[in-house]
Write a protein that binds this ligand. Sequence first.
Ligand code: CDP
Length: 210
Amino acid sequence: MIIAIDGPAAAGKGTLARRLAEHFDFAFLDTGRLYRAVGYLVLKAGGDPANETDALRAAKALDPGSLESVDLHTETIADAASQVAAIPAVRQVLLNFQRNFARTPPSGKAGAVLDGRDIGSVVCPDAEVKLFVTARPEIRAARRHKELREKGLESTYAAVLAEIEARDVRDSTRKVSPLIPGDAHTLDTSDETPDAVFDAARAHIECLNW
Ligand code: CDP
């Protein structure tokens, strides 16, 4: 059983995905973290995230479990992630890991929740549940700005909004695996609490008789 959750930056995908995974006792994979890890490795090696050779080398060297203690939440890493994510060969390298996770969730779990940009469209097109989680850009920027400040990271609202908007454009207009709602059920979280978003997602899933 697979729940695919896609949507733009800081829309609340991760919060919802974690809660659904806990509710159904499914495994959870934050696929953005894979792209962030590749971006981080490129920057650490002094490379250029937009350069295919640099990005592909990092993607091939990635051991998904090895960066658990590294904070990948900075906006610099997010921006690098979205640059490596536009390179088809990089996406191809990460595809197998994501599909294996979805088909054979770790710890013998009966299902998996994956969140990202192309889960319902490319990684798991046959997922039983597909959700597209979105919110207005100003709301998303305010939430991300608050998150960064709470982590003690430097941040201004204006810079976060600009970064999120640039990333949205890049993620939605790239040739390979662009961010699109497709056949997913859309949840707009702009004016909703995390509890209300979870309840709406659960109601939708229950409606599917699943
Ligand atoms: O947390 P946030 O929504 O800001 O971003 P993320 O989910 O950590 O993803 C970081 C970047 O990775 C995105 O801007 C995308 O460019 C890329 N990504 C992707 O292309 N495909 C995915 N399945 C997940 C992330």
